[in-house]
Design a protein around this ligand. Structure first.
Ligand code: FES
Ligand SMILES: [Fe+2]
Length: 371
């Protein structure tokens, strides 16, 4: 290789089931993983559930303590919470075994007549806890005993994420996509803007430069690209009409990658996109996203605008950037899936230029964990 170019990971690392087993253990069971927001579980008994590599995870608010558990009842292994989100106590729906703070087994119907489970045994039958820490409104979990706390793990990005987590409180869209591509290929689509003219000629190319200022921070990194004048004007108009504030620092297209699988993008200090990429297996992954705006607009009347016209404008603006998000992700998906299929037949590694240094950095972190 030249002094500017380097080699990507060898092709088989993207489809070898044995490599995937190592990734499961050494990456996904060992690092802090993004697990949503605290505002999703603000009230006593609020809960959310999701799977991480097959592990059923439950996050529950118990008297204002946010705790995470493996969502498996100690009795006959039903899920304690069946739905993806809701508000109900920690009671298994199958036979009503109930649990309290720290997942302690509290109640067993017919215990005295049919089980005779004593207090000590009850303690041993607690739900399995999952480590959970907060960075502002963002929740992170760790499936093993963490090697370091979340603050140390995120380094200088902790305070940035903490601020971002509170600055975009109005969630306007969530969703997920299944990609037939290895999770690393999916992540690599967001770690450079070199692909923008080729992959996104009619979408992302219209809003931002294809050059990027990169910062490396521990195993994480960030990339900042200037926005074009037109999208800045559009966002300025939307902010003025809807009385949305602009983030003070991140006013261009600012992007953060938190190893191993969280990508956060900010557009013109107004829109926050949060994406996670979780493998479903070695050959596919699920991308989950949310889009949020800065502080809720009051929709108060301004000038000639009526509340009705402002509501219509807001709806149109949301539909505009949601469609943009969908189109851009579909373009990225097509490229990642094409690469994934071809890697089966490739006998040499890919080549990474200086403009792809965030991918080289991701690969270095990956190697440190897995090899
Ligand atoms: S399986 Fe949970 S109470 Fe029976
Ligand atoms: Fe892209």
């Amino acid at each position: 290789m030249t002094s500017l170019a380097s080699k990507a990971l060898p092709p088989h690392y993207y489809f070898d089931p044995e490599v995937f087993l190592y990734e499961k253990e050494k990456i996904f069971k060992s690092n802090w993983l993004f697990a949503g927001t605290q505002s999703a579980v603000n009230q006593h008994n609020d809960f959310v559930t999701f799977d991480v590599l097959g592990y059923p995870i439950l996050i529950q608010n118990i008297h204002d303590e946010i705790q995470a558990f493996i969502n498996i009842c100690s009795h006959r292994k039903c899920k304690i919470q069946l739905k993806e989100r809701g508000n109900r106590p920690l009671v298994c729906p199958y036979h009503n075994w109930s649990y309290g703070i720290d997942g302690k087994l509290k109640g067993i119907p017919k215990n005295s007549t049919d089980f005779e489970i004593d207090t000590q045994t009850k303690r041993d039958l607690s739900l399995k806890k999952v480590y959970l820490e907060r960075c502002g409104n963002f929740l992170f979990i760790n499936l093993s005993k963490p090697k370091i706390g979340l603050r140390a793990y995120l380094g200088n990005f902790f305070e940035i994420l903490e601020d971002l987590s509170f600055s975009f409180p109005e969630q306007v869209k969530t969703g997920s996509y299944n990609w037939s591509a290895n999770w690393k290929l999916a992540i690599e689509t967001v770690l450079e803007v070199y692909h923008v003219p080729g992959t996104h000629p009619d979408t992302f190319s219209k809003i931002a430069d294809d050059s990027c200022e990169v910062l490396l921070e521990k195993c994480h990194n960030s990339g900042h690209s200037d926005l074009h004048l037109e999208p800045k004007k559009w966002w300025g108009f939307i902010r003025k009409k809807l009385k949305l504030p602009q983030h003070k620092v991140y006013t261009e297209y600012n992007h953060f990658f938190i190893y191993p699988n969280l990508a956060i993008g900010i557009t013109n200090g107004t829109l926050l996109s949060v994406q996670t990429y979780l493998p479903d297996g070695v050959n596919s992954c699920t991308l989950t996203f949310s889009l949020s705006l800065t502080k809720k607009s009051q929709n108060t009347q301004s000038g000639k605008d009526t509340p009705k016209s402002l509501t219509a404008l807001k709806k149109a603006a949301i539909s505009n950037f949601c469609n943009f998000n969908h189109a851009t992700l579909e373009e990225d998906r097509e490229m990642a899936e094409a690469c994934h299929k071809n890697l089966l037949f490739a006998d040499t590694s890919g080549i990474l230029g200086k403009c792809e240094e965030r991918i080289s950095h991701f690969h270095r972190s990956w190697r440190q964990d897995v090899l």
